[in-house]
Design a protein around this ligand. Structure first.
Ligand code: FEO
Length: 401
């Protein structure tokens, strides 16, 4: 059965949806699944852009066979060697023995690590600015190291102005019939998951994404074809602005995300009270998360959206509560920058975890951790509510609200 979609003249989406997957990269929850996008451009020569996850090879081959309708597959362009996109390469080589693989030298080296076929015999390596003519279409290869692995390139087709953008501009979530972003309310339905995808998958490599954006700015673009989620054919300025903010670690808005660790609800109450005080002072779009039941990827996405972050934690084993410890570690690992952070700590006999959180956050660039820490024992008392209000005021001042 064929599930390919024609998305432009001579261009077909031949990818797949994966709604059975629970954890993308065996880490990130994907309640709405994910798509592995592969594209086929037909011309005098036919080129396939990337493949799909190993579990979907048969579906990919059926789609490609249908579109080719007996023609040969001349080229497989490999923009990225992560297995969600490269897993079916050996099957493509088996199925289309005349195919040439076009990729970077680093990708070829990885191909040898992943596969046993004669890579050197089939690969044609390309560098920045190299071109390949398919007939009416001409491809130019643009290096994009660390977006999201070192071997990555993106491919630009200059006749129809198509950017095959690899992981860039992708998102979690399946393609639900509507394959173009402009067919859904993307500012509402796509943005939060795209932010979570970007910040968790590529967030650490902002500098490299900025370098790619600089190159993309010089290209006329009519269509962006990422390796996950929707295809873009309009509102590129909005999309590029989001990527520009995320990759430069600039907040999207003056707002606050509060993440709390609470065993019996007392620290949660303090977090709730702070959220209410912030709202009363005019802060909008505040979000509050329990670190024990929220995967850190959601909080990291929100930390990239907001200008300020509050971490409220109980003290546990004389240290940071385990789930909060994971979040703090992940925030540092994902290179969050340019934020204001406030700390609240609780402990029934020795509230000490904020000192350790503060030390760990020392690894964040250009972030201000407000003084003092709001510290309390067991449960917040009426007389301590003023401290919460002061913290709200300090946060508002720090983020210019
Ligand atoms: Fe979707 Fe980095 O692979």
């Amino acid at each position: 059965m064929n599930y390919s979609r024609k998305i432009a003249d001579s261009l077909y989406w031949v990818g797949v949806n994966d709604r059975r997957i629970a954890l993308f990269e065996n880490v990130y929850p994907v309640p709405k699944g994910v798509s592995y996008n592969s594209y086929l451009l037909t011309d005098e020569k036919c080129a396939l852009f990337d493949t799909v996850d190993a579990g979907f090879t048969h579906e990919l081959l059926a789609n490609v066979d249908h579109v080719l309708n007996g023609r040969a597959l001349d080229y497989l362009i490999v923009n990225h060697m992560e297995p969600d996109h490269c897993a079916s390469i050996a099957d493509i080589v088996d199925h289309y023995p005349q195919v040439k693989i076009v990729c970077t030298a680093k990708a070829a080296a990885m191909m040898k690590q992943f596969f046993d076929f004669d890579v050197d015999h089939l690969v044609q390596t390309v560098k920045e600015g190299d071109t390949l003519s398919l007939g009416a279409h001409e491809l130019t290869f643009v290096m994009a190291p660390m977006v999201h692995w070192p071997e990555v390139m993106v491919t630009y087709e200059k006749t129809a102005h198509i950017l095959f953008s690899a992981d860039a501009f992708g998102s979690f979530g399946s393609i639900d019939g509507n394959i173009f972003a402009d067919e859904i309310d993307y500012k509402c339905e796509w943005l939060a998951e795209a932010r979570r995808y970007y910040t968790n998958i590529v967030g650490k490599y902002g500098q490299q994404v900025q370098a790619l954006l600089k190159k993309a700015a010089g290209l006329e673009i009519s269509l962006i074809c990422p390796l996950h989620s929707l295809v873009w054919r309009q509102d590129f300025a909005w999309l590029l602005d989001k990527y520009s903010k995320w990759s430069s670690y600039a907040p999207e808005e003056a707002s606050v995300v509060i993440a709390y660790a609470s065993v019996y609800g007392h620290t949660e109450k303090a977090a709730d009270l702070l959220a209410a005080k912030l709202a009363e002072r005019g802060i909008r779009h505040i979000s509050v998360f329990d670190v024990s039941k929220t995967h850190p990827s959601y909080i990291i996405g929100e930390a990239f959206r907001c200008s300020a972050l509050v971490l409220a934690s109980i003290t546990y084993n004389n240290g940071i509560f385990c789930n909060m410890d994971t979040l703090v570690h992940q925030l540092v690992a994902h290179n969050l920058q340019n934020r204001t952070v406030a700390l609240i700590e609780n402990g029934s006999w020795a509230p000490t975890c904020a000192k350790q959180i503060r030390e760990e956050l020392g690894g964040l660039k250009n972030c201000t951790v407000l003084e003092p820490t709001l510290s309390f024992k067991s449960a917040l008392k009426d007389e301590q509510a003023a401290g919460i209000d002061e913290l709200a005021a300090a946060l508002c001042e720090a983020i210019g609200q």
